[in-house]
Write a protein that binds this ligand. Structure first.
Ligand code: TXA
Ligand code: MG
Length: 344
């Protein structure tokens, strides 16, 4: 299906005129696909209320129809108008964290097409905290359905180049607004239950959410769901974040041993980078910061880079434990997608 020319428009998120987004707005209004930056990762956007546009998202990503999409909205009122119910806890979370990297699952109304919700009776919303994303939603005048702008089972994109790597010719317009600030996906929380349940850990950690509403306790192990079945908490299929080569996480001692015995078939992601740490192209040893937010910002770019090298395996030094690292451990476990992931 690589039959389209992908137009790339560069837009400075700190200083742009909304008319620069015209090609993107026109494409969306014609039920076409537009990849755009959000504060978390790039999204593959289309008009959420158009069945044709939504069908194109699934086709371009090669995403199973059982995996529902997030609706990116301009306001709490817009979300409420499409929701079947809007519990107090959802309202409190939306008011505390929107715009921002939090996605809320609530009961849906019949205004939302079935395909968007993969036939579930719930729907996911968020207001992104990114000027380009918000300008596009406002220019279109409608919510935009937007999964991460990568092919199914590949690593989510944090730059326009990452988007083009798997979707060139499958997306009509890519708005290049530079690298994303957060670097991993939003926290996904279901407010259908009370107390609300975290379905996917993400940029906003459990403790920060817990300061606003009581959140259900952590499951013993993250749930992994069969791809083929309808899912109570979709998106938790195991290989979701896998790069093309295999990945494993190891303790610091094993990490040092493997680095010392390097046979050139492995690449490494260690800890302890500072703001001066730069790595040359083709280098197989990368270091990421000890701080979880800065680590998250750089993780996917590191995976994209190492994935492009001629290697068999990426070895990742296991980061520390703690609430702020929960989403990182989750992504590494899914990227590893093997028994090595035990303990997360
Ligand atoms: O940060 C993000 O959330 C990014 C940016 C683009 O907004 N989007 C993103 O979308 O990560 P996607 O489609 O790659 O992941 C959305 C997750 C999926 O795992 C999907 O299964 C889940 O949200 N989801 C969507 N609707 C749901 C629903 N009604 N109930 C449970 N999970 C849902
Ligand atoms: Mg995704």
């Amino acid at each position: 299906m690589n039959d389209r020319v992908t137009e790339v428009i560069e837009v400075n998120p700190g200083d742009f005129d909304v008319r620069q987004l015209d090609p993107a707005r026109r494409a969306l209004c014609a039920d076409r696909l537009v990849a755009f930056p959000t504060e978390t990762v790039y999204g593959l956007g289309a008009r959420a209320l158009s069945e044709e546009a939504v069908r194109r998202i699934f086709e371009a990503k090669q995403r199973p129809a059982t995996n529902p999409l997030i609706l990116h909205v301009a306001s709490i009122e817009q979300a409420r108008s499409l929701a079947g119910s809007w519990p107090d806890e959802a309202d409190a979370l939306a008011r505390a964290f929107w715009p921002g990297p939090l996605t809320l699952v609530v009961k849906r109304s019949d205004k939302v097409p079935d395909q968007v919700c993969a036939g579930l009776d719930t729907v996911a919303f968020r207001i992104p905290d990114h000027p380009i994303a918000r300008a596009l939603i406002e220019a279109t005048g409608e919510p935009l359905a937007a999964p991460s702008a990568n092919r199914h089972t590949t690593v989510s994109p944090t730059t326009a180049d990452h988007v083009l790597a798997t979707l060139e010719g499958r997306v009509d317009v890519v708005v290049d607004g530079g690298p994303t600030a957060v670097g991993i996906e939003s926290t996904l929380i279901s407010a259908v239950e009370s107390p609300p349940v975290i379905l996917r850990p993400g940029a906003i950690d459990r403790r920060t959410l817990g300061a606003v509403v009581h959140i259900a306790g952590r499951p013993a192990r993250p749930e992994v769901v069969d791809e083929e079945k309808a899912r109570p908490s979709p998106g938790l299929s195991k290989r979701h974040y896998s790069p093309g080569v295999c990945l494993r996480t190891v303790d610091p001692t094993t990490f040092r041993r493997l680095v010392a015995g390097d046979d050139q078939r492995r690449a490494f992601i260690g800890l302890g980078a500072d703001s001066h740490t730069r790595s040359a192209p083709g280098e197989r040893m990368l270091r990421l910061p000890d701080d979880p937010r800065r680590y998250a910002r750089r993780l996917y770019a590191a995976l994209h880079r190492l994935d492009a090298l001629d290697i068999d395996e990426i070895v990742v030094q296991r980061p520390p434990k703690g609430d702020l690292w929960e989403a990182i451990h989750d992504r590494l476990m899914r990227a590893a997608a093997s028994d090595e992931a035990e303990g997360y």
